[in-house]
Design a protein around this ligand. Structure first.
Ligand code: SF4
Length: 433
């Protein structure tokens, strides 16, 4: 039987595509392997979002080309630079952009000389996450066209996934033993806006997912200007939906928000976080910032730092601006120097370290419930996922000690006993057994 390996790069949305691609190979005819050495077919699912991701994708493709198997390149980089890759990458036996995924099965079949490769199907995936955890994609594409972002050119216009199909997949996942799901998309807030009458919307979807009975449901990628009180209230009142607000704000000053073509102004953004804290006092907040977008002055940067202090985000990531061709930002005047972008990124992350540490210290004494997701470095230590940390490894870790053995995916309570800059440490309070 032919051995198939896949390397998945980039974000969780790409990982879901990778899981669907792996499910195209029936197990009675193919062997899925995690080691590309000796594989008959190596698929690299690339990321093409920003410069560093493109470089990583090319590096991985070249590395995989040395392994000897047939090499297939798919994903965002293949979508964005199909012609360039086709003309300059003889190492790849096949390059399939996202728009051609309908033909992926037949192209792979011809390449391998095999029949029986299945069509990509959104409800047929080989989970690459822990068996108790899964992503659930609810839409694809984006209509926002933020000035720094190439996603709408890669993934196309916003399209909600059919409601019943999402629920069908959710039921399958529940039946497979999945306890936590993370809803992903490019813009989770506006789920359903392209349906007749805008319904079912994200709140309807959350209610239906709650009824399926997951232990935890988490929303990722909420676009700030679309978050209504109804959604915040839904999250606040729910025991299953994580009180976790992942809202990439990207910048703070009105001038930069306009240049970035974001829909919300500074006041609206700040008011949003006030609304969240008022309606959902135990909300965990996460955001991302971009440092050094064209036109950003010292004053704009200072406004971003001030906003960070005011909101006191629990989790924050910052990226130096990457000038992406085809985007509105790429042709703006007053591009910042690389050294300025790096310095501002460092300043933002330095400030976040102190904010994160102060936030974490306030959690000492709190009892957090969640799932056991792994073992710590020391014997008797485990890792916990509570509402505080998402499964994508961007947030910090909760490490805890337990006097007894625990199973992965078990629900436990942990008392937080000490705080670090990004991580929390605790002791087992009670397990479900
Ligand atoms: S909302 Fe997100 S995915 Fe859409 S264009 Fe803006 S940054 Fe890109």
């Amino acid at each position: 039987m032919k051995k198939i390996a896949l390397v998945s790069l980039g974000c969780a949305k790409n990982a879901v595509d990778s899981e669907m691609i792996l499910a195209m190979f029936p197990r009675d005819r193919f062997v899925l392997t995690t080691s590309p050495e000796g594989a008959d077919l190596i698929i690299v699912n690339t990321c093409g979002f920003i410069e560093s991701a493109k470089k990583e994708s090319i590096d991985v493709i070249m590395e995989m080309a040395k392994m000897g198997g047939k090499l297939v390149v798919v994903g965002c980089l293949a979508e964005r630079y199909y012609k360039e890759l086709r003309d300059s990458l003889p190492e790849a036996d096949l390059i399939v952009p996202i728009r051609d995924y309908k033909e992926l099965a037949s192209k792979l079949g011809s390449l391998l000389g095999e029949e029986g490769i299945l069509q990509m199907n959104p409800i047929r995936r080989v989970l690459s996450t822990a068996p108790f955890s899964s992503y659930l994609r609810i839409s694809d594409g984006c209509d926002n066209f933020c000035a720094f972002c190439a996603i709408p050119f890669i993934r196309g216009r916003f399209k909600s996934r059919p409601y019943e199909e999402i629920l069908e997949e959710a039921r399958i996942l529940k039946g497979q033993g999945v306890k936590e799901i993370s809803l992903i998309s490019q813009d989770t807030t506006v789920y359903g806006k392209d349906f007749e009458g805008g319904r079912p919307n994200i709140v309807d979807l959350l209610s239906a997912l709650e009824a399926i009975g997951f232990y935890s449901i988490r929303l990722l990628y909420l676009y700030p200007s679309e978050i209504e009180d109804e959604l915040i209230e839904k999250i606040a009142k729910s025991k299953q939906i994580a009180h976790y607000f992942d809202i990439p704000v990207q910048t703070a000053s009105d001038k930069m928000l306009t240049l970035m073509k974001r829909n919300a102004g500074k006041k609206e953004t700040m008011d949003l976080f006030k609304r969240i804290k008022r309606i959902c006092p135990d909300a965990v907040t996460r955001t991302t910032l971009i440092a050094g977008f064209p036109g950003e002055t010292k004053k704009d940067h200072a406004e971003a730092l001030a906003m960070m202090k005011e909101v006191a985000f629990d989790h924050l990531g910052c990226f130096p601006y990457s000038r992406e061709e085809g985007t509105a930002g790429a042709i703006l005047p007053h591009q910042c120097r690389e050294s300025t972008k790096r310095r501002r990124t460092d300043e933002i992350m330095k400030l976040q370290r102190s904010i994160s540490y102060e936030n974490n210290k306030k959690r000492v004494g709190e009892v957090m419930e969640g799932l056991v997701i792994g073992k710590g470095k020391k014997s008797g230590e485990y890792l916990l996922r509570s509402y505080w940390n998402a499964p994508d490894d961007i947030d910090g870790q909760i490490i805890f000690s337990s006097p007894k053995d625990l199973a992965m995916g078990e629900v436990v309570k942990v008392k937080i006993t000490s705080a670090f800059v990004y991580d929390l440490y605790g002791v087992l309070e009670m397990s479900e057994k």
